[in-house]
Design a protein around this ligand. Structure first.
Ligand SMILES: [Cu+2]
Length: 294
């Protein structure tokens, strides 16, 4: 039996929804094929492939909790809008009702959103707790943001005792396989499956240390030492970018972490100690903006 509330005209309009729905499905289906470890790819939709337990938790929270709720709320509100447009327009409903209040409805549309927010808040606070409470760490890397490059320091008490600057590789100097706007001259290196404490600060303006596949984002504030942590479970190159507008070359100060086996890390540490203690890199003022841009 045809519902008396839905005029036949409404049925004709359902076809209009088919195209956006098909496009959305295509986009969702195409995403996994494009995903790459450590960086985003052109046309990618969704978060970068996770490489730490925290990033995996962020994915679960976003994919399994937030996205279904967002879709359900959007579809519900969209349906209500369409229903009102077609059912209560002047032609379909020439004599409108004089109703202005409905207590039950008003309580429902207040309480339901509150319940939805509480439902989201519980896993959200649990995730925040996992991000913010730093577990026992295996090593420390100090990261300092500058206009417009990063410095990575490895403390002496864990085999380091050096620091080095990390600059973007300019387009004209890119070697095959290097990613434009992400490749750097000196990447930070950390061992796989080790908990890394990252201490973050800045020397000039506020920057933001962000590595999406680690699920890490923290402000680098002059005169303040912020802390975060990650535990990369897959070897590879991981890229991030400064995520706070910090001036002219904000877009040209990528972050690069190479995650390697413990043996490779020990070898790199010994090499880096010799290289960076003997040959301090030129500071930005000496290198000049030409070294950064084309
Ligand atoms: Cu910056």
């Amino acid at each position: 039996m045809k519902s008396p509330h839905i005029p036949g005209r409404w049925l004709k309009h359902r076809g209009a929804l088919a195209l956006p729905a098909a496009l959305l499905l295509c986009a969702v289906a195409a995403t996994p094929a494009l995903a790459q470890l450590g960086h985003a790819v052109s046309g990618q939709i969704g978060l970068q492939t996770p490489a730490t337990p925290i990033a995996e938790e962020i994915h679960t929270f976003y994919d399994d909790i937030l996205t279904p709720i967002i879709i359900a709320v959007s579809v519900f509100v969209g349906f209500l809008l369409l229903y009102v447009i077609f059912r209560f327009n002047e032609k379909a409903n020439p004599t409108p009702s004089a109703l202005t209040h409905n207590t039950t409805l008003e309580v429902a549309w207040t309480v339901l959103p509150v319940l939805i927010l509480v439902f989201i808040a519980i896993p959200s606070f649990r995730l925040l707790d996992h991000e913010l409470v730093i577990p026992k760490t295996d090593l420390t890397v100090k990261v300092t943001g500058h206009q417009w490059y990063w410095t990575y320091a490895y403390p002496a008490n864990q085999g380091g005792g050096f620091d080095f600057d990390s600059y973007i590789v300019a387009d004209k100097d890119l070697k095959p396989g290097q990613l434009r706007q992400l490749a750097v001259d000196n990447a930070a290196v950390v061992p796989v499956n080790k908990t890394v404490l990252v201490q973050v600060t800045a020397t000039d303006v506020i920057h933001s240390f962000t590595v999406p596949s680690f699920g890490v984002r923290i402000d680098a504030v002059p005169g303040r030492l912020n802390q975060t942590w990650f535990r990369a479970t897959k070897e590879g190159m991981y890229y991030g970018q400064c995520s706070k507008l910090c001036g002219e070359d904000h877009a040209y100060m990528p972050i690069a972490f190479r995650v390697v086996s413990e043996a490779e890390y020990a070898a790199w540490l010994a090499d880096a100690k010799k290289k960076f203690s003997a040959n301090p890199l030129p500071r930005y003022a000496e290198a000049g903006p030409a070294a950064v841009r084309n």
